[in-house]
Design a binder for this molecule. Structure first.
Ligand SMILES: C[S@@+](CC[C@H](N)C(=O)[O-])C[C@H]1O[C@@H](n2cnc3c(N)ncnc32)[C@H](O)[C@@H]1O
Length: 303
């Protein structure tokens, strides 16, 4: 009887995926096999030989990955910070680079008592749910326009067990009054301490990988200059934040100067600052809400 050895299957799959132009063929081959076997990656090399049925399912998934269907659409989930989020058609697959913004957001909250957080353009809920999971005292509002993405968002809020502190809100972030009304209807009562956003920001016409074609177009592209959501979203951020509250917006590598200029020119913010990742790529811009008499945090714990 033929044995379907784990090492042979992974080697064959890696070759197949490399030939198809997959960026990390070995890693994808391993993740797909973990998915079929229902085990962690650390257990792969001590796993038993595959059954005929498991080998057939594995090879089918490898074939589909070779057609450039995203790994996360095949496994149905995406790792993001401490989370495993459900994803699939109709929702943007969260990317590892957004973890920089999550890390910054969480670092802003330790001194704030019962922080109120708003995530604009929430998608699967990566940032909103990530913050709710990492900061148990936070109350988080996750704003998303697309009904399809909103379904994934609601599902993830429940599966990640943060439904008592994280609320999905359907609204267009470029419509300040409409979004404020929708937030108020969802229970938002007062100013936010922190706003985060990973909006659609890729300039139209930019070359992207085949896999990006599986994300909804409106989740990825932000008009000819990448600013079609970011610029009109700024007045909403200004209206949401308390004086002294902070916001962070992820952007395209090419648009840091435009985001910095738009935030400065809005007249709503001080301390407008660009942030690079460890490879030196511009990743996100942060800002602090300015106002007459601003500066005192809403409810700081005793120093
Ligand atoms: C780049 S995805 C980011 C999703 C998620 N925040 C993440 O980091 O994985 C952008 C999201 O913004 C949503 N979106 C696009 N335009 C919007 C708008 N005008 N108002 C609210 N959401 C919008 C898209 O549907 C998509 O879910």
């Amino acid at each position: 009887m033929t044995a379907f050895r784990v090492t042979d299957e992974i080697a064959g799959a890696t070759r197949r995926l490399a030939d198809a132009g997959i960026e990390a063929p070995r890693a994808d081959a391993e993740w797909l096999l973990c998915h079929v076997l229902g085990i962690d990656r650390g257990r792969l090399l001590v796993a038993d030989d595959l059954t005929v049925d498991a080998a057939a399912r594995y090879r089918d998934l490898v074939d589909r990955r070779a057609q450039r269907i995203p790994l996360q659409h095949l496994t149905g989930s995406a790792a993001f910070g401490p989370l495993e989020l459900s994803v699939g058609p109709g929702v943007f697959v969260p990317r590892p680079e957004t973890e920089w913004l999550l890390e910054w957001a969480v670092s802003e909250l330790p001194g704030v008592c019962a922080p109120v957080v708003v995530d604009l353009c929430s998608g699967s809920g990566a940032l909103a749910i990530g913050i709710a999971a990492l900061v148990p005292t936070a109350r988080v509002f996750a704003v998303e326009k697309s009904p399809e993405a909103g379904e994934w968002l609601r599902r993830n809020i429940i599966h990640c067990a943060v439904a008592d502190r994280c609320v999905a809100v359907r609204a267009d972030v470029t419509d300040r009054h409409g979004a404020l009304d929708a937030l108020t209807e969802a229970g938002w009562e007062g100013p936010a301490d922190l706003v985060v956003s990973n909006p659609p920001y890729v300039p139209e016409g930019t070359d992207t990988s085949v896999e990006v074609g599986w994300d909804p177009h409106a989740a990825v592209f932000g008009g000819d200059d990448g600013m079609s959501v970011i610029t009109p979203m700024l007045p909403l951020i200004g209206a949401l934040l308390r004086p002294g509250g902070v916001a962070g917006i992820e952007h395209d590598e090419t648009t840091a100067p435009a985001v910095l200029a738009a935030a400065q020119m809005s007249g709503l913010f001080t301390e407008v600052t660009g942030h690079d990742d460890l490879t030196g790529r511009p990743r996100f811009v942060t800002m602090r809400r300015a106002d007459a008499g601003a500066g005192e945090p809403r409810a700081r714990m005793a120093e």
